[in-house]
Design a protein around this ligand. Structure first.
Ligand SMILES: [Zn+2]
Length: 263
């Protein structure tokens, strides 16, 4: 049973000459999508009559031809490369920003973020510092959630109602705290066990997302939209999530960095 629209998670959209941020997490390039592939993916959506909807829509009622496009981290290429392509196809994107990195080398500054907002794109939080929230004390989690929201709202003058949880580590407590901090739309990598789409009465919706990877062919993209991920990838994905749960955020992150270095 489908309980939410398909939500795609992008990071960097890169052209050959695009300057990249110096400060990036190890392995971030696994999620870089080339301009060419991004163009082909948006073209595929258009051709197959998909509409990119926004969180402003009533999300209890949606069709299988509706998709939500999200972009994490707020890299400069989101404005210089992704925005013009979204406009070309008439699609709306949701951009989740790391408050602390706004205006830093390779990341969007307020001018670019205001431009996105003026073009009808949705601006959301991606935490204050991109820290893995499940590693932090409750007071620190609260600060990450609230300070980033206030920082964006103060500088943009619009309500910030959505957040994407940094680095994919999430649990029910984080969802509850995000809801208490005033977020109505919470985007995660995959739904934490036992979390229902809308914690009852709180008016908060929690969405899982499909991460678009740099090596995806257009056929792989089409499979993701049809909900038919190749079996091997599903098994690997669920193993990875199991490891994440058993080891916790920081150990998992360390092992991942080591493995990427060995490649
Ligand atoms: Zn991120």
């Amino acid at each position: 049973m489908i309980t939410q629209p398909i939500v795609l998670m992008y990071h960097g959209i890169v052209a050959p000459q695009t300057p990249m941020p110096r400060k990036r997490e190890t392995g971030a390039d696994l999620y870089d999508v080339t301009t060419e592939n991004f163009h082909a993916q948006l073209g595929w959506l258009k051709e197959h009559l998909y509409r990119a909807i926004t969180i402003r829509k009533n999300l209890d009622v949606f069709s299988t031809k509706e998709v939500i496009l999200t972009f994490d981290d707020g890299e400069m290429n989101n404005c210089t490369v992704a925005l013009p392509l979204l406009k070309e196809f008439g699609f709306i994107g949701h951009f989740f920003l790391i408050a602390k990195r706004i205006g830093k080398d390779g990341y969007m500054g307020w001018d670019q973020i205001r431009q996105l907002n003026a073009e009808g794109m949705i601006i959301g939080s991606h935490g204050f510092s991109h820290e893995i929230l499940t590693n932090l004390l409750d007071t620190q989690i609260q600060e990450e959630l609230s300070a980033s929201k206030k920082h964006l709202e103060r500088n943009l003058g619009v309500p910030v109602e959505s957040i994407s949880i940094p680095r994919g580590f999430c649990n029910e407590k984080i969802i509850r705290m995000a809801s208490e901090a005033g977020y109505r739309y919470i985007f995660v990598s995959e739904k934490p066990d036992g979390v229902v789409p809308a914690p009852s009465g709180a008016g908060t919706n929690c969405f899982s997302r499909v991460a678009v990877k740099s090596n995806w062919t257009i056929d792989r993209f089409a499979q993701a939209l049809d909900g038919k991920a190749p079996f091997k990838e599903m098994v690997l994905g669920s193993c990875k999530n199991g490891v994440k749960k058993v080891l916790g955020g920081s150990v998992y992150d360390w092992i991942r960095r080591m493995m990427l270095k060995m490649k």
